[in-house]
Each structure stands twice: as structure tokens, then as C-alpha cells.
Design a protein around this ligand. Sequence first.
Ligand code: AMP
Ligand code: ZN
Length: 475
Amino acid sequence: MLRLTDTQTKTVREVTPATPGVLTVYACGPTVYRYAHVGNLRTFLLTDLVRRTAELGGLRVRLVQNITDVGHLADDTSLDATGEDKLLTQARLEDKSPFAIARFYEDAFHRDLALLNVRPADSSPRASEWIPSMISLISRLIDAGSAYVGGDGSVYFAARSYDGYGGLSGNRLEDLRAGHREDAAALAAGKRFHADWALWKLAGTAREMVWDSPWGSGFPGWHIECSAMSLDLLGPVIDLHTGGIDLRFPHHEDERAQSNAATVAAGAPSGHEVVRHWVHGEHLLFEGRKMAKSTGNVVLVSDVVDKGHDPLALRLAFLSSRYRQQANLSWDAIAGADRTLTRWRTSVATWAEQPSEAMDAATHDAVLEAFEDDLDTPRALQALRRLEKDDSVGPGAKFETFVWADRLLGLDLARLVGQPVEQAVLPPGAAELLAARAEARAAKDFSASDRLRDELGALAVAVKDTPEGQEWSLS
Ligand code: AMP
Ligand code: ZN
């Protein structure tokens, strides 16, 4: 049985589906105004690991992951969020329409997930195609007394109307007192209370990405998007909700207040919690610094590929730390993971040539227990490393165990099975360089031969000349 840290109760709890056999999961998706960086991808991997572990335990997983293509302001955290939509800013910079920007980065997001073997969600609703449902949810919140039209015509959620506010993040309303000036600005903007947040913002002078509503032309707030899409697609009881730790507040705290208030207004008992288990992934640092566009410390999957690494080296590097701990990634760690990946794939292909044997039960149990114990992926990798070196276990058993474990790991460990191993482990382009160098040597063109040796060296392929011809090895 899978156990995960629940942000709300701060305990490691069993993940039990409300409907036996089916686990419903909502994962906050990307804001599609730029490429996802590898920090974002670590968080998206978390949901994939949950899903694989639950499926191996016999559950069917229904995963919804939204695409935020509207309404995410440049500064959502400020109490008076009057900043510009991130998509509109990017559209201006790239001289494209905001919808073209959104589709472009949405496609790139799906490609990046595929490169990391993160399986697609069952449903990926776009916020821009969910506006009527958001409007109807906002109307219901107004009718229930949870929301109001502010002095400026925008619609706000009345934070004080929801008793359980702060239950997720610990940020109680009384502690959220803004400084005097912010207070004044928030109230001047039309809110009744400084910690209220916008559900529908009036368009003002904006002409793009605005929709008609009973309150005038405008666009939805970011938090209401996830309430509308999750309630519509998964219903009033959702087993698991995932996201990065920065989303705990205000995004998830506000989503929780909206969804719970709307569900109680529709007849659920008072105190009803829509989300039964909140799971947050800690942030990724790179070379010791937080990875964020704002700090300029951003690495993309394409950067990893451009350096000659298998993108799944990134996945293995992520698995080397636990999701609930901050991880510090580096180019050295990615290169190390890439070497382990090549070694494991080569070993699996070699073991595959021996007669099959039953899985190694101790390793099987250790890997499964580690995953089920709050996704302790480093412990699972350790068990596999032990098995790799264990001479008392036959190759057939090692093969079966690694291939089984790969259902959780998702590292394509059987990729080289049935292929000539030596050819397959060469990095892309190296086989052609080796052939060209053999020709250059036959033609006694030693300067070309030396140049090609350097080019191979840059791909981490070392060549040595012997009386039988050149021999290569991975350096
Ligand atoms: P965004 O596209 O900015 O909405 O972020 C997508 C997801 O990535 C969210 O769940 C964020 O919490 C998460 N995220 C943002 N920065 C990082 C980081 N440095 N490490 C891990 N996850 C992150
Ligand atoms: Zn969300």
C-alpha cells in the first residue's frame, strides 16, 4: 500500500481511494508561456512515480493535469495582483498571438514529458477552454455568500467566509495582515479584506484573452481555474492533489477554500474536504542555486540533450533524491547518472542472453517497499546496485528483476536487449566518426585522424591504435 506525506496533516499517510480500485489524481500543470525547466519536470515526475506505484499495486489511476494558458499573472503573490498576464507579456516579446504562444509551449511540454518517460495524463484541460464552467462556479460562490463583486467591479473570494482557511499552509488569516500601505492599496482596489483574492478580474484596457461574463469582460484568477477543472473532471472527492511546494500557498490554500465552499454550498456536509491527500514536491536547486526563471538559473531538457546526455539520465538523477527533500542537481550528477544508465542497460542486455530465472525476491521486495514508503527512490536504487554486484545471484534473475523494477523507474533499461551491445552504447554520431577515422588512417591522412580522435574524445569515446586497427572505449 502506497504511503505519502500529506501536507495538510504533516504525516505520512496511506493513499486509499474513496472509490475502491480507482485513484483520482489532480496535478497542477504548467503555465505555458515558456519551456518547462528541469525543476518543473522534477515536480511532474513526482506524479508519474505516484501513478506507477499505485498501478503496480493494482489501482486504476485517473489523472487530470491542467494547462494554464490564461490568467496567471506576473505577480500572483502580491495582495493586490494587478500585474500583467505572463502569456501576454511573452506574446508581446515574441510578436505572436497569446494563443500561438500557449500552443507552442504546451506542445513542447508534452514532448519534454515524453523524453522523460512521464506518461501523459488521462485529461489535460486548457484553462482557456474552461471559462464557462469557471463563471458558473464563481456565480455559485457569490450565491453562497463566499464571494462578492468588489468596489472595482472584479469578483473576490471572501477569505473570512471560509473557516478552515490556513489548514493547508498554516497561514492563518490573522497572521496575513499586510503592511499598512498594502492594506490601503488592497482595499482601494475594491476588496473588502486585504487577504481576499480575485476570482474574476475585469479586463480594463486589455483586449486579448478576455471573455464576457455577468460581471463584464475579463479573465479568471489563477486559483479558480484549478477548482473548476478538478471538480468538473474528478468530482467533489479527489483522492490526491500534487504540485510543487511553492503552490501550497497561496494557490492550493485558495483552491481548497473555493472547492470546499462550493461543494458544501451544493449539499456536502460542513467541513467537507474535496482533496483527501495533498502531496507537494520540494524544489530543485541547480549547482546550489534555486532554479527559477527569475534568478536566471534555468536548465532545459534540450540543454541536457545538447550536452550529449540521454534525457533519461535526468530521470535517474531525480530518482537519486527523495521528492520531499530539496535536491541539488549538477552537470556532474547528470553525467554520472548517464554512465550508470549505460552500464545498467548494457548489463541488462548481457544478462538477457542467459537463461531466465525467477526474480530475486529480496530485491523485488526492497524496491517495492521503498517506493511504497513515501517514494524512497534512493533506497530502491541502492537495492538495485546491491543486486548488480551480487555474484550469488544468476544473470537470468538479475535480468528479470531489473526489467520488473523498470516499471517503476521508467528508465528504458531493456533498450539494448537484442542489439549488438557495443554498437548501441556508442553516443550518437560516434560510429560515423570512428568509420571516418579508420578511412583516414588507411589513407595515411594523420592530421584528419588526429582531428577525428579529438572529436571522439569530446563525445567521451577514447580511441587507441593497435596493429589490428583502432579500438575504442567509453572514457
Ligand atoms: P509553473 O509552470 O511555473 O506553474 O510550474 C509548474 C510546476 O513546477 C509547479 O508545480 C511548480 O510548483 C513547480 N516548480 C517550479 N519551480 C520548481 C523548482 N525549482 N523545482 C521543482 N519544482 C518547481
Ligand atoms: Zn493548480
